[in-house]
Design a protein. Sequence first.
Lengths: 309, 316
Amino acid sequence: MAGSSSDQTFDVASLVEDFDLNRIGQYVLVILFIGFFLAPLETGIMTAFKTNRAVAETIPLMPPLAEGFTLDNMTFALNALSGAFFNSLFMAIPATIGSVLLGSMAAYGLTMVDWRGQMGMLVLFLIGIFLPYQAVLVPLARFWNNIFPLASMMRPLFVAAPILQDYHANLVPLMITHIAYGIPICTILFRSYYQGLPSSYVEAAKIDGASITKIYRRIILPISKPMFGVVFIYQFTQIYNEFLFAFTLITGSDTPEAVVTLILPAVGASTSGIDFGIRMSAAFLAALPTLIIYVAFAEQFAEGLKSGG
Amino acid sequence: MGTTDTTESTTPATEEVGWETKVRYFLNNDLVRSSPYWGIPFLLMGIAVYGGIGFNTAISLTDARGLQSPDYTNLDFEMYTQVFESSAFLSAAQNNLVLLVVFTTVCLLLGLFLAVLLDQGIRHENTVQTIYLLPMALSFVITAQVWLWLYNYDVGLMNIITRGIGIGPVDWIGNPSIALGSVIFALIWQFSGYTMVVYLAGLRSLPDDQFEAARVDGASTLTTYIKIIIPQLKEASVSAAVVLMVFALKAFTFLYSLTGRYRPPNGTDILATLMVRQAFKLGKWAYSAAIATYLLILALGVIAPYLYYQYRQGSL
């Protein structure tokens, strides 16, 4: 805003202006903060590729040198996490699809119709976003363990299914939990988008006699494609990264159905302390899916955060 | 809407409307016809959120613990007074307050600073923004591991820096009087990119000509920001502050992942970690449900004024 205008024309005056002290100060600050945000991650990645000796003797920021370099940590971490990766994706992808679809439907229902209780219902959704999950943890554990033991009911089904093992059934309650608690945020994200759409589309279709379902399928769904991208990326990252629900509903990090986030705090730990080479390798691998999505869709992620928090 | 025609033709006058017509009118109402859309998600969410809160409140009024199932015949508020009188709760609440205030304030200030910095027409602005926001894409479990390594007493980067500037090694996580500060610092690292994005969106929504006007009046860039731009970012500040404060109340994962045990580092126990420990390590269901209710009330204390403010602004 305040800076000089674009440098496409490339006249000398703007170059001189660009070179004032203020400008240099700004870039120094920008670079310092890049260091601030990246250095912690950089030390982690460097450590992942170092032998134990190199970890103890070299500065964490330095890349591993000749005999200090190893892939052993990575292969160890990959072995420790490979089952968990499958579990995480098996749980997170359907959970994301479910909450995104239901959120879009709810937002459509809420923006499309004008009725008196709408504000009240909206407030109920909004509180659902901010709810500290601790307030529902004890009921959640009781519900899925004692009242409605869906996991054990579904086990025979999972035994019969190809690829899946019986213990994967334990991920189903977690999946449903994520869908239910993900609905509020997805609804609000879609609602803000639908409110920005010109109402003439829907009005015209209504006059033409299109049913509510037809309007949703033929008009709303196609134009909300970009928003689906935003919400999907945001929600997948949230669910994949989530820890507390998994921790509550899956009994331990040593169970075969544990998700990635559940195993990570235990990888590479022994009585003599933490093997940071292994721990950092595991952390890097665990971060990889969300990192890839983030780098590819940074804009969408920022968009989701802005309105979602 | 093929059915509307028939209803209209069968009801010529307002009086003597039969119940069938009423039902048909009712079924053609937009509210009812759109109900499968908002109804199914609302039902699922309602059971999960409000059913969960109700169930939690009910458990908190019993004396349930261990393997016995809750006995709902004898309800009282005993757990609430018990919780409030325990020193663990009070010290957790105190830590939580420190976390909430310091974390929220510094995140807002740093985020604002970064947003203003990026608003100066920096080159590769989008890439820089992506880098600053990167920690936000990572799970707390992952960032906790990274910071555990940075704070490592013997070879961690932080102690290499402190040794370099002559302060000597610091026990960042092990020293109870420093640990909370170390945790807050790490969380600020993770969240300030988020506040920056919120502020940047606020800055972008302001009309450009204010700067020109201020410049014509002879105001410096700094005064323009302090006197004109920043006061207009109130809405961004409020919504970011609410998100950060609620996060500070429910933060559990980062603290748990530092130790991998129910007890976070000494000096960093907050309400959320206390609640989970009482419930799932010690099996004190009713007691932990009462802590959870306190937590919920605190969160509502942050959210309710915010929602009211939004409602008054007409931006709900």
